[in-house]
Design a protein around this ligand. Structure first.
Ligand SMILES: Nc1nc2c(ncn2[C@@H]2O[C@H](COP(=O)(O)OP(=O)(O)O[C@H]3O[C@H](CO)[C@@H](O)[C@H](O)[C@@H]3O)[C@@H](O)[C@H]2O)c(=O)[nH]1
Ligand SMILES: [Mg+2]
Length: 190
């Protein structure tokens, strides 16, 4: 027998994303039955890509204002790998598109690493993580994001070691970025 039955889903708010409430019948491991209400934020799925230059051992990151962090009392300008919402594309296509829009590079040797749920207790979003290579030859445009979407993105190139140090120091806090940088370190055998 299924332990979980979704009885109903109500939309509480629907603007950019949708905040829904699921009414769930849940049978616990001890057999007891519970009626739960859980809020879920749906803003679609996403893809993220770490751009790495193996010859120079550098990464190309982006910095932009993240208002949830600011509301939480942290600095607004966060350092991240480039990423974006799928908007109807498959994750691989989205990763390429976001790399080009945000950094101006058309990355080579793009590889899927894994999927992550960054916040599965409340946020429906699944993020596909990729690694790709960049260098002077992959640069095709200026990057910086889409002005008409209000994106204001600063490009930040760092030695991989320096970026890894920023995880330790607490300066770099974005989950997808930490996972991808640590993946690059593992592959390198650091
Ligand atoms: N008007 C409006 N615009 C929004 C809203 N939320 C986001 N936007 C804008 O929509 C654009 C979305 O840009 P993408 O590059 O597609 O997405 P992202 O915000 O970079 O998302 C990535 O990073 C997030 C933070 O780590 C991740 O949560 C997400 O999964 C993804 O990886 C950005 O210009 C952003 O300012 C909103 O509530 N209202
Ligand atoms: Mg983005």
């Amino acid at each position: 027998m299924d332990r979980i039955k979704i009885k109903s889903v109500t939309t509480l708010a629907e603007h950019w994303g949708a905040l829904r409430q699921a009414d769930v019948e849940y049978r616990a491991a001890d057999g007891s039955l519970h009626h739960l209400k859980r809020e879920i934020y749906d803003r679609g799925n996403a893809a993220a890509i770490a751009l790495f230059d193996p010859a120079r051992q550098t990464v190309l990151l982006v910095r932009q204002a993240r208002f949830p962090a600011l509301l939480n009392g942290d600095p607004a300008f966060m350092l991240e790998v480039c990423a974006g919402m799928l908007d109807g594309d498959d994750p691989f296509t989205c990763a390429h598109k976001e790399a080009l829009e945000e950094t101006g590079h058309a990355p080579r040797n793009v590889r899927k690493i894994c999927n992550i749920y960054p916040s599965p207790g409340a946020v429906q979003e699944k993020v596909a993580l990729f690694v790709g290579e960049y260098d002077a030859q992959t640069r095709q445009a200026q990057g910086g994001g889409l002005a008409h979407e209000g994106e204001d993105i600063e490009l930040v190139e760092l030695p991989l070691d320096e970026a890894l140090g920023m995880i330790e120091s607490g300066e770099l806090t974005d989950a997808k970025t930490i996972i991808l940088l640590q993946h690059l370190a593992l592959e390198r055998g650091a």
